[in-house]
Design a binder for this molecule. Structure first.
Ligand SMILES: Cc1cc2nc3c(=O)[nH]c(=O)nc-3n(C[C@H](O)[C@H](O)[C@H](O)COP(=O)(O)OP(=O)(O)OC[C@H]3O[C@@H](n4cnc5c(N)ncnc54)[C@H](O)[C@@H]3O)c2cc1C
Length: 403
């Protein structure tokens, strides 16, 4: 247990996002085993402390920071492989996952940020470059070990504690217990081509218009994201087949000499940015009209478009807790200016599906149940009642927090 006087306290309590770095836990439990988690939860319960599990600490709503007991899980980062199944400790970060699995010529579909935690990412869904081919990270989950609020340790899968297993796949982290390890059906670590096309920002409107009718319907092998910054517009991603730019015309930069872990890492290279960046996002089921695109480009925000479709949308809405299976793309508005982010979001909002990715939580939402969970919310509430009846794991916008 680490208290405020310990020299590691400030290092361990800091989450990735600067806006949550002033939150000071009463103590930090460094957990390196299931027993450590059981003990830490018992301590929190007997002292009436709020608890927050932390994987990679990247939550946009600061939910892995607390003034109570922080469960710091980075010591639970073992990775092993047997018969194509990858068992990954809940404290592992994505860079560790890609490197560890590549030794077996395997990988899993997952996100890009190298320090993002596998647990938070999986529990809220998990979008990434292989997602249109293989689905969400949570779609590849086949089992998980969880310490429940009362200290019981359970392993859940399709046959054991199947309700809990269903709920863990895409409802968002920190809701039902502390996950200590995750088992995935791995996929081959692919030989892929990295591509990017860049234009001056003056071309942004036409590029967005072309992208949104193409990228969500592209072959599963292709994931093309789009980013508009203050300087330029860029379409980039990876393809498992020869690159076809569809309707996009421009200078194409290709690289096919990178291993999968190196390709992933190359997408996160750049100078460190420690500014406080605010963001909001929503899913869309139809293209944005031209006048809305013009207004968005006037907002001064960075706009990040992520394609959905493909394997993401071939899973039934009620097969897992993640209900967003008919979306075409996700649009994120980001800026150091929070008012600009809200304005940009309001411009696009009338055209959105109203659904919000649980891994991009938005504290502004008042009616958040349907946006995050769609028709799966009532079942999630009953599972919450079964596995955490006293609401030990709770936060605003958490399942059951509306009661
Ligand atoms: C720089 C950056 C890049 C990103 N890139 C992507 C991307 O490519 N694709 C994508 O889909 N998303 C991406 N995200 C969003 C990311 O999926 C979420 O922020 C995710 O919740 C992060 O997980 P974490 O473990 O790092 O965060 P944390 O803040 O540690 O955890 C997030 C939530 O899960 C809970 N939690 C963590 N560990 C456990 C556990 N073991 N058991 C139970 N609950 C737990 C926490 O309490 C918290 O509520 C990115 C975010 C950032 C900041």
């Amino acid at each position: 247990m680490i208290g405020p006087d310990d020299e590691l306290y400030d290092v361990l309590r800091r989450p990735a996002l600067p806006q949550y770095r002033d939150i000071r836990p009463l103590a930090i439990a460094r957990c390196a085993s299931i027993e450590d988690v059981v003990e830490a939860l018992a301590y929190a319960r007997s002292n009436g402390l709020p608890v927050a599990p932390r994987g990679g600490g990247h939550c946009f709503a600061g939910r892995s920071s607390t003034t109570g007991l922080l469960l710091e899980l980075s010591g639970l980062n073992a990775i092993s492989v047997q018969d194509g199944l990858a068992t990954i400790g809940a404290g592992a970060r994505l860079a560790e996952v890609y490197r560890g699995l590549h030794e077996y010529a395997l990988t899993i579909p997952a996100g890009c940020g190298p320090t993002v935690g596998i647990a938070g990412l999986t529990l809220g869904g998990g979008l990434g470059l292989l997602g249109r081919r293989y689905g969400l990270t949570c779609d590849r989950l086949v089992a998980a070990t969880v310490v429940l609020a009362d200290g019981t340790v359970v392993t859940c899968d399709e046959d054991r504690e199947s309700d809990l297993f269903w709920a863990l796949r895409g409802s968002g982290g920190g809701q039902f217990g502390v996950v200590t390890s995750l088992v995935f059906a791995a996929v081959p670590s692919p030989a892929a081509t990295l591509f990017s096309l860049t234009w001056p920002r003056t071309r942004a409107a036409e590029v967005i218009a072309a992208w949104q009718t193409w990228a969500p319907d592209a072959p599963d092998e292709l994931t093309a994201s789009l980013t508009v910054t203050l300087d330029e517009v860029r379409v980039f991603g990876a393809t498992l087949a020869p690159f076809d730019p569809g309707p996009l015309r421009g200078d194409v930069h290709l690289r096919d000499d990178l291993s999968w872990p190196d390709l992933k890492r190359s997408l996160s290279e750049g100078p460190p940015d420690d500014r406080t960046i605010f963001s909001k996002s929503e899913f869309f089921r139809s293209p944005l009209p031209a006048d809305v695109i013009t207004d968005l480009l006037d907002s001064g925000c960075e706009l990040n478009f992520t394609p959905m479709g493909g394997a993401y949308n071939r899973v039934p809405v009620d097969a897992t807790a993640f209900p967003h299976r008919t979306e075409r793309f996700l649009l994120e508005h980001a800026s150091p200016d929070q008012a600009a982010v809200r304005r940009s979001w309001s411009t696009a909002h009338p055209h959105a599906s109203g659904r919000v990715y649980p891994n991009f939580p938005d504290p502004d939402l008042t009616d958040w149940q349907t946006p995050y969970h769609g028709p799966n919310y009532p079942r999630l509430v009953s599972i919450k009642d079964k596995y955490d009846p006293d609401g030990v794991f709770h936060f605003p916008q958490g399942i059951g927090a509306d009661r």
